[in-house]
Design a protein around this ligand. Structure first.
Ligand code: URA
Ligand code: CA
Length: 434
């Protein structure tokens, strides 16, 4: 086989076989296929797209390019949740204890990563003492005992995807639906999940700005998952404004605690109930998502979910008293309010600008090794559709520095206020099943 022939084949609109895709991915991972040929292929895929079969073959070839996590020592159906990203997405912090409290094992492998805020691990580390330095055996034992544990990503997962993603980033080929779907699914499958629930975001703060694009991406990923033997479902949810109110690390932990108490932001609670109901259903702990949803609501109402959060934090060294006393979480030196410049209705809140504001405060990492400030971030006071008086606070900025002119400007630019009534956008647009 020669790479040039395969590029030509795809260029002419023909379908690549499993053997051909394996040859490409293995060759590229080893370095036998150079970047310039892989770039050409990525561009051809961008224009010609792939069939569902090709997408599934590409996904599995990337899975097989590196280590695969073996979760077989953990009892039960391991269900993983993946969100395609957004601003202030606190769902994992809520879902891990919530779903585990119904007996579904949550064996969470998470990264730190770059972004507006830290990753799930960073957020949890704002709980004093909490750590993820546990070995595989401890991890398995904790999940078997408590149904939930979080560990840092280790091993060499999907090296082909890492290399290809970096190449796509500099060749204008990130935005290929086939390549995105295979990239995301390869990581989930290599992480060992038996079943996968996807939260595909749409709107200004999402990778897929248009609903139809998001729907197509969700369909592609659900199809890949089910083709390769992992039960997969997806929902399409709104990211035209940040989810919930808090964007930050400790601030989101506090928001998760509020939500597990049943006093969280309504949109965050609703999204968690929806995603959670699919996780519990796929995890075999309910006959239908509807039944699962009722049980999740019960677990919040009777305190079982919050109790599970305590158990989970203490099991990994964390000070669980933060749950009854969130003032023990890191807090910023200053809280500044951004006031509304006019009265009216909130017409839009650009999620990425709120994210950038949190980043400017130090809530996220700009490079792989930079430190993050767990205490800082933004807490929204107004969301789309709300009415506002001139001078009323739009956002509370939690900061450890006094001069925040840049952050304030970013937040003022994020909000648009109109005199005409605006209704809140829908939270969940669609659900996609096999
Ligand atoms: N996220 C990923 O993991 N991969 C992509 O290709 C795009 C977004
Ligand atoms: Ca939030």
């Amino acid at each position: 086989m020669r790479m040039v022939d395969l590029i030509e084949k795809k260029r002419d609109g023909k379908e690549l076989s499993k053997a051909e895709i394996d040859f490409i991915i293995q060759g590229y991972t080893k370095g036998d296929i150079p970047d310039y040929q892989m770039s050409a292929l990525a561009m051809v895929i961008f224009f010609r797209d792939m069939t569902q079969e090709e997408r599934a073959h590409l996904t599995m070839a990337m899975v097989e390019s590196g280590d695969q996590i073996d979760l077989s020592a953990i009892e039960g159906i391991k269900v993983d949740k993946h969100s395609t990203g957004g601003v202030g997405d606190t769902t994992t912090l809520v879902l891990a204890p919530l779903v585990a409290s119904l007996g579904v094992p949550v064996a969470k492998m998470s990264g730190r990563g770059l972004g507006h805020t830290g990753g799930t691990i960073d957020k949890l580390e704002s709980v004093p003492g909490f750590h993820v330095e546990i070995d595989n055996q401890q991890f398995n034992e904790l999940v078997n005992k408590n149904k939930v544990a979080v560990v840092g990503q280790s091993g060499n997962l999907t090296p082909a995807d890492k290399k290809l993603y970096a190449l796509r980033d500099v060749t204008a080929t990130v935005n290929s639906l086939s390549l995105i779907a295979s990239s995301i699914m390869s990581k989930k499958i290599a992480s060992g999940a038996d079943a996968i629930v996807l939260d595909v975001k749409t709107g200004s703060g999402a990778l897929m700005k248009e609903l139809e694009q998001a729907r197509e991406l969700a369909r592609a990923m659900v199809d890949i998952g089910n083709r390769v033997g992992r039960q997969t479902m997806a929902i399409i949810s709104d990211m035209s404004q940040p989810l919930g109110y808090a964007v930050g690390n400790a601030l989101e932990v506090k928001e998760a605690i509020d939500t597990l108490r049943g006093h969280g932001p309504k949109d965050l609670e609703e999204l968690c109930l929806t995603l959670g109901s699919y996780m519990v259903y796929l995890g075999g702990k309910a006959q239908s998502p509807e039944e699962a949803r009722e049980r999740l609501k019960e677990a919040i109402a009777n305190g079982q979910a919050l109790e599970k959060f305590k158990t989970f934090l203490s099991a990994q060294g964390g000070d669980a008293s933060v749950i009854d006393d969130p003032s023990r979480l890191p807090t910023a030196k200053y809280v500044f309010e951004v006031a509304a410049p006019a009265e009216g209705y909130i017409a839009s809140i650009q999620a990425d600008r709120i994210g950038t504001a949190a980043m400017l405060l130090g809530a996220g990492r700009t490079t792989k090794d930079s430190a993050i400030d767990l205490a800082v971030g933004a807490v929204l006071r107004k969301k789309v559709g709300d009415t506002v008086q001139k001078g009323e606070p739009l956002v509370a900025i939690h900061s450890n520095r006094e001069d925040i002119a840049d952050v304030k400007r970013m937040i003022e630019d994020a909000y648009r206020i109109t005199p005409d009534a605006v209704s809140a956008p829908p939270l969940i647009y669609d659900e996609i099943r096999a």
